[in-house]
Design a protein around this ligand. Structure first.
Ligand SMILES: NC(=O)c1ccc[n+]([C@@H]2O[C@H](COP(=O)([O-])OP(=O)(O)OC[C@H]3O[C@@H](n4cnc5c(N)ncnc54)[C@H](O)[C@@H]3O)[C@@H](O)[C@H]2O)c1
Ligand SMILES: O=c1ccn([C@@H]2O[C@H](COP(=O)(O)OP(=O)(O)O[C@H]3O[C@H](CO)[C@@H](O)[C@H](O)[C@H]3O)[C@@H](O)[C@H]2O)c(=O)[nH]1
Length: 333
């Protein structure tokens, strides 16, 4: 018997074995919403997927695979996380990023169109804004990406808008700011040892799993000279995805929404908070600026609360770093 006979439709989660996708699979499971995931395990891990969710190992560039999974599992909606995410790598290998993030998204959207799937939640990024001169950044700020990663995501946004107008494919485009932390229950977290995200790297340095954290740039035009970012707890972000799915299933209109808290923290503040939470020093060295880092990225974050009724539960930097550190400790060194 195929899953298509089950009472409740399933959501297809692409990239569900990855950092954010796995948190969303747990949130869906907690909410009693059935899911299936396709992941090629290029950066994801099988163990991150909840036991109750079927994992189909394969590549979303295959229209045949997408069609088979959508038909066999009775899928009515898609959450699209699969992609390549490392900004400097996107500068070195732009065509690989346009293939995995843009061309494969085109295959996915076209498969949705052919099979009449009308609901899609898309993982976009604050990188579509580039280096905006004003913060907070609202959703009407003209996008101006400054690297191929951001451009590859913006192209998918454009395809979604055009496909929405022409084919009735409704979407919620979620532009994530700086995603951090881990599942408070310890079921999943950021597990890529070579990840470049500040909070992950700082936790690794604190635990002696990296020699030291490099603080990239202390001469920015910010109060303490280091860059400011809007860090959002991954579990709050996962809740926003569940709300976006329910919005679309209710027949709600297409939306583009920032995902952040609307306030930022500097690199120094992140390091200090981690030291306070752990009671231990973070080995850190002052380093030159990392090319392409905007001084401040802070979301205007009202629209997602108004449109989806999202109420974040973990809007505290100490909670974010506490959960990130607990997860990091749980990983084998
Ligand atoms: N992590 C962040 O701070 C952040 C910020 C903004 C946006 N995003 C977006 O969120 C999404 C998820 O990011 P993440 O941090 O969880 O990354 P991740 O690398 O942990 O997860 C991506 C997942 O997609 C899978 N994948 C990649 N290409 C695939 C393909 N062609 N076919 C099938 N599976 C494939 C990987 O194996 C992995 O499990 C990405 O689209 C990313 O651009 C992430
Ligand atoms: O080892 C490190 C790593 C980072 N930073 C600084 O910490 C801040 C945050 O950096 P990072 O965690 O790498 O995130 P961003 O470069 O801001 O980019 C993230 O957030 C974007 C949205 O804001 C997403 O699009 C990207 O995918 C995601 O990597 C920046 O000022 C970095 O210079 C350091 O000082 N040392």
């Amino acid at each position: 018997m195929s899953d298509a006979t089950a009472a409740s439709p399933r959501v297809l989660v692409t990239g569900g074995a990855g950092y954010i996708g796995s948190h969303v699979l747990h949130a869906l499971t907690d909410a009693g919403l059935p899911a299936v995931t396709i992941d090629n395990l290029s950066t994801g891990r099988r163990a991150a997927v909840p036991d109750t969710v079927p994992l189909v190992e394969g590549d979303i560039g295959s229209a045949d695979l997408l069609e088979r999974v959508i038909r066999e599992h009775g899928v009515d909606a898609v959450m699209h996380f699969a992609g390549s995410i490392v900004v400097p790598e996107s500068v070195e290998k732009p065509l690989a990023y346009y293939r995995n993030n843009t061309a494969n998204s085109l295959t996915l959207l076209d498969t949705c169109r052919r099979l009449g799937i009308g609901n899609l939640v898309f993982s976009s990024t604050a990188a579509v804004y580039g280096a905006p001169t004003r913060v907070p950044i609202d959703e009407d700020t003209p996008p101006a990406p400054i690297n191929p990663y951001g451009a590859s995501k913006l192209m998918t946004e454009q395809m979604l808008r055009d496909a929405g107008a022409a084919h009735g494919l409704r979407s919620v485009i979620l532009r994530y700011f700086n995603v951090a932390g881990a599942d408070p229950a310890g079921r999943t977290g950021q597990a890529t040892p070579t990840a470049t995200h500040l909070i992950k790297v700082a936790c690794q340095a604190l635990l002696g799993r990296r020699p030291a954290l490099s603080i990239f740039g202390t001469d920015y035009d910010t109060p303490d000279g280091t860059c400011i970012r809007d860090y959002i707890h991954v579990s709050d972000l996962a809740d926003a995805h569940v709300l976006a799915l329910l919005h679309l299933r209710r027949g709600g209109e297409s939306l583009t929404l920032n995902c952040g808290y609307g306030h930022g923290a500097s690199v120094h503040e992140v390091v200090r908070t981690l030291e306070e939470v752990s009671g231990e020093p973070v080995p850190a060295t002052l380093a030159p600026r990392r090319p392409g880092d905007p001084p401040q990225l802070v979301a205007a974050a009202d629209r997602i609360r108004e449109r989806l009724g999202w109420v974040p539960k973990r809007d505290r930097l100490d909670v974010i770093v506490r959960d990130a550190l607990a997860w990091e400790r749980s990983l084998a060194p």
